[in-house]
Write a protein that binds this ligand. Structure first.
Ligand code: NAD
Length: 335
């Protein structure tokens, strides 16, 4: 059970599940300066062999052997398998990066998080949109939104339909709003219907928070168009983020005598308000970092392990997102 040392400054990482997303994890890990990719494992041996060959790493025949050679693993198997595989990895003393959602049930999530904490192992959950350049552009701003609206629409794809659209797509926006708002939820209104699959394919959710913020989230996986947008309104400010186009724009209300901020690429558009209190509408396009979100996410996990830091998206945060998603699903079921 032993664990195995990190090679120099590199993390000995294994990838479990190398289907659609796991194969991308493997190829990015193979290219990373922070990671030593020790191997891959998949129940589909042929798939594992193909990905192993492509990434020039070993395809293990059994999970236990991979776990013995890795200090950490990325778990990229279907959500229904997250708990079983993550618990096995933790029992082998591996740090765990777990794709989103953390698990299928809240009880499973709690057990994963508790075991990780008890064993002193890092758990990071794959809420990748936190690493989307459009979100990174405003990450360090003080945000106190009063209203948030999000639309996440995709065309139909059977992959992911083993769970509701709430767990498949809306989970990203739930993570965003819980991260931004930082206040307890006071009420939930939710509706959703299954049009093509057995679970919800389209849903709308309104969350109210103790600090007064209200969010309105719409997700659909049966749309004819693709959209991933969030609009955020706070005092004297409107922020719009396009996660697909990786674009963020800010519209600010400023009194005419406010000096432009350093590095502000703002321009005056027009004015709004009463005659006594006229404000300029100022447009700002913050600089957008050029990053590959998945690569950044995996490397943040590697850094968290190597430097013994809290991961960017902790197991507790993943658990809270799942708890909220579960409450939403209960509301939909009741209605
Ligand atoms: P997939 O079906 O393409 O791949 C899953 C792979 O896991 C398959 O190759 C399968 O053989 C393998 N597998 C199944 N059970 C296993 C087990 N017990 N042990 C080892 N291998 C096993 O699925 P995918 O689209 O790659 O999704 C995988 C995970 O990634 C899911 O949890 C999904 O929610 C998540 N995901 C996240 C995002 C995101 O935006 N962060 C996007 C897509 C998928």
């Amino acid at each position: 059970m032993a664990h195995l040392n990190n090679t120099g400054d590199k993390l000995d990482l294994g990838i479990i599940g190398v289907g659609h997303l796991g194969s991308i994890h493997a190829s990015l890990a193979a290219q990373s300066d922070l990671i030593n990719l020790v191997g891959v494992f998949d129940l589909d041996r042929q798939r594992a062999a193909e990905v192993g060959e492509k990434c020039r790493t070993k395809a293990f025949d059994d999970l236990a052997s991979l776990l013995q050679h890795a200090a950490a693993v990325c778990v990229v198997v279907p959500t229904s398998e997250h708990h079983t595989v993550a618990m096995q990895a933790l029992h082998h003393d591996c740090h765990v990066f777990l794709e989103k959602p953390i698990a299928t049930t809240v009880e499973q999530a709690r057990e994963i998080v508790h075991t990780g904490r008890t064993k002193g192992k890092k758990i990071q959950v794959g809420h990748i949109e936190r690493f989307n350049p459009a979100m990174l552009a405003i990450k360090d701003r003080i945000l106190a939104p009063m209203f948030i609206e999000a639309h996440r629409l995709t065309e139909f794809n059977p992959r992911g339909c083993d769970v509701s659209v709430i767990l498949d797509l809306m989970i990203h926006d739930l993570d965003h709003v819980l991260y931004i708002v930082q206040s307890p939820i006071t009420s939930i209104h939710a509706c959703g219907v299954g049009v093509v699959s057995e679970s919800e394919d389209i849903a709308n959710v309104r969350l109210s928070f103790a600090n007064g913020c209200v969010t309105n989230l719409t997700s659909s996986r049966i749309s004819l168009t693709t959209m991933r947008k969030m609009r955020l309104f706070q005092k004297n400010q409107y922020i719009t983020m396009d996660f697909l186009e990786k674009k963020t724009e800010i519209f600010k209300l400023q009194s005419p005598d406010t000096a432009p901020e350093a590095g502000d690429c703002s321009m005056e558009l027009s004015r709004i308000g009463t005659q006594e209190n006229m404000k300029n509408i100022v447009y700002e396009k913050p600089s957008i970092p050029e990053v590959n979100s998945l690569q950044l996410e995996i490397e943040e996990f590697a850094r968290a392990v190597l430097l013994d830091q809290e991961p960017e998206v902790t197991g507790e945060q993943g658990q809270r997102v799942l708890e909220t998603a579960s409450r939403i699903l209960e509301h939909i079921e009741r209605s």
